[in-house]
Design a binder for this molecule. Structure first.
Ligand SMILES: *Cc1c(COP(=O)(O)O)cnc(C)c1O
Length: 367
């Protein structure tokens, strides 16, 4: 029996490094509510990402929910979004009293199909909420053009995109707002956490209040909101992980390149091609089994028998989830559905050795 290879494995700094970072908390007793570590982490991120406004949250989902709330769209407005994403993207639209309008993805990189967006725009449309998937980007230029033409806001679920760059520009700087998840299973994590970047100072000011129950000062509550604050222990984990992130991504690339060596050019196995000018963070290694001698479920089973865990990601597509099915599943999203039926995310994390990748590919290829 092989040793267990999980689909992901959280990166961690050394125990000593983390302890050093949290030591001051035993004196300050300032454990949450935007203390010194939180502020320092925010500053480091802003510096690294080259964006004007960065805010931190308890997790990626609540970050996206609060970010959408900050735009104050009229309730019942329509938001064009992707069916091929985490349910979090759609939930954050619906929980803001807005109506998701699904637009299928393209079959090259499985991000929203920019050729189809315009046909869904009505006089109720206020925004496009699109997801960058697997460490690659949406067609941000085309989305930007459409948004300008119709006066829409663009909000990216960039949960997968920490450290992704396009022509040297950080992925988080696209759109009017971008959310990155810092969940333990993501490329960069703070145990639980989220980051949002904004361009607009007014939105930033509102966010500062929305993240903390809607408080404006100690005695004034101006919005009905939630508690979305990141705590000091999480921020400290972020500061530590930030020191190692470039090395982590470089190690992921080595594993990804090895997968490509084994799996590219095999009939019935489809990989996503790299995007021009985009430096990926290798967040996931999705493989599409379409016309291969084994279907996706069979490959997943074969790996599982050898103690290797791969994940159907994304599956099912959001409109097919129980909570959305009645309203949306009758509609057709052929590319998204087909992707969800054929995709398998193979193990991917910075500690994954090339030997492990060899083992995984041997099983997939019957070698
Ligand atoms: C992980 C993820 C989220 C949610 O982030 P959390 O930090 O787990 O709340 C949202 N969207 C996508 C695409 C994700 O992968």
């Amino acid at each position: 029996m092989n040793k267990l290879i999980a689909v992901t494995k959280s990166s961690m700094p050394s125990f000593e490094e983390y302890c050093e970072e949290i030591k001051s908390l035993w004196d300050s007793r300032w454990l949450s509510n935007r203390g010194a570590i939180h502020k320092e982490f925010e500053r480091l991120l802003q510096e690294r990402m080259g964006v004007d406004y960065v805010t931190l949250y308890a997790n990626g989902h609540v970050a996206l929910e609060v970010a959408i709330d900050a735009f104050r769209f009229p309730k019942g407005s329509e938001v064009i979004t992707t069916p091929y994403t985490h349910c979090s993207t759609t939930h954050s639209i619906v929980r803001n009293g807005l109506v998701p309008v699904f637009c299928d993805v393209n079959d090259r990189d499985y991000t929203i199909d920019v050729e189809q967006i315009e046909k869904y725009i009505t006089d109720k449309t206020v925004a496009i909420v699109a997801t960058h998937v697997y460490g690659l980007l949406c067609d941000v230029d085309a989305i930007d053009r459409i948004a300008k033409k119709y006066h829409l806001k663009v909000i990216y679920d960039a949960a997968h995109a920490f450290g992704v760059k396009r022509n040297g520009v950080d992925a988080i700087s696209f759109g009017d707002a971008s959310m990155i998840s810092c969940h333990a299973t993501k490329v960069f994590h703070t145990i639980e956490g989220g980051i949002v970047a904004f361009k607009d100072k007014d939105i930033y000011d509102r966010i500062e209040s929305l993240v903390n129950f809607g408080f404006k000062g100690p005695e004034e509550v101006q919005y009905i909101s939630t508690n979305a604050r990141m705590n000091e222990f999480e921020a400290a984990m972020g500061i530590c992980n930030l020191r190692h992130i470039d090395d982590e991504i470089a190690r992921r690339k080595i594993a990804a390149d090895r997968y490509v060596e084994h799996l590219s050019g095999v009939t019935g196995i489809h990989l996503i091609a790299p995007q021009d000018g985009v430096t990926s963070n290798y967040a996931y290694f999705p493989v599409f089994f379409d016309g291969y001698k084994y279907n996706r479920n069979e490959v997943q089973e074969k790996l599982k028998k050898e103690n290797i865990l791969a994940r159907k990601y994304f599956y099912p597509i959001v409109p097919d989830m129980k909570c959305y099915k009645e309203t949306y599943s009758a509609k057709d999203y052929p590319v998204s559905r087909h992707a969800a039926e054929t995709v398998l995310a193979l193990p991917m994390f910075s500690d994954l050795s090339v030997e492990d990748v060899d083992t995984i590919c041997k099983i997939v290829l019957d070698k």
